[in-house]
Ligand binder design. Sequence first.
Ligand SMILES: NC(=O)c1ccc[n+]([C@@H]2O[C@H](COP(=O)([O-])OP(=O)(O)OC[C@H]3O[C@@H](n4cnc5c(N)ncnc54)[C@H](OP(=O)(O)O)[C@@H]3O)[C@@H](O)[C@H]2O)c1
Length: 247
Amino acid sequence: MVIGFCGSGSMAAAMARGWVGAVDKMLFTDSGSGRAAELAAEVDGRAVASNAELAEAADVIVLAVKPARLGEAAAEIGDVSKPLVSLLGATSLESVRTAFPSADVFRVMPNVAVEVRRGVLCVAGGDSASVRALLDLLGKTVDLPDSQFDAATAVMGCAPAYLALAVEALADAGAEAGLDDDLARELVVETAAGTAELLGDRDPAAVRRAVASPGGSTEAGLEALDREGARDAFAAAVRASLERMKP
Ligand SMILES: NC(=O)c1ccc[n+]([C@@H]2O[C@H](COP(=O)([O-])OP(=O)(O)OC[C@H]3O[C@@H](n4cnc5c(N)ncnc54)[C@H](OP(=O)(O)O)[C@@H]3O)[C@@H](O)[C@H]2O)c1
């Protein structure tokens, strides 16, 4: 299977790294920055000169440009009758189908953890079973109505950044408390990974209860988080993301 990435930015790179070894070839375009060639060199793919060439050579096209570039990319790719995976945030399945009337259009919202095949990928539309199998390789795929993509994006597409901020803040606080910077980071990262696995089996309140014994140090920490508005801050982040997605 030959995958053609139209756009070679952060999300194209994450998906391409996740597919290394699983696909025959990956092709890339950009709008002149040279990122296509860099990414191609990294994943043993090939940068091609134009989106028309990409569309001709690929079995599956991955549309990985910013949403505002949909019209431009569609004009350059042309009306292909192949599977086309749109990663475009806040862009409905219908809009992409209108831009590519003959393609088998998938709308997919991945997060950056696809790079390590532990991503979440919300999926709408699309018929090709082989494309679906390719997406399954990158993590957990979840079928979602098109109308719920923005809400999902706010909690799974954007959330790696929020969780990374929490890790950074905890590690900084550990360093301030006297730990070596790298050690503090390692302790928090490993704790985040283990906690994520635990949360696959237990609900968040149960994990909190298991750590925070009455009158103990974790309870004091949770009370401080409540006082400082941690929950409200996360809710505000989701609301702000949703606001930014509005047309
Ligand atoms: N980043 C995420 O975590 C994330 C998560 C889910 C979905 N998405 C979606 O994924 C899409 C890409 O996001 P990103 O963060 O990867 O953006 P990005 O880093 O800005 O990358 C965009 C890429 O598109 C290229 N491009 C622009 N016009 C083009 C054209 N006509 N033909 C070919 N390439 C063109 C750019 O070229 P240059 O390199 O030359 O500028 C760049 O390589 C967006 O629609 C976004 O909503 C992103």
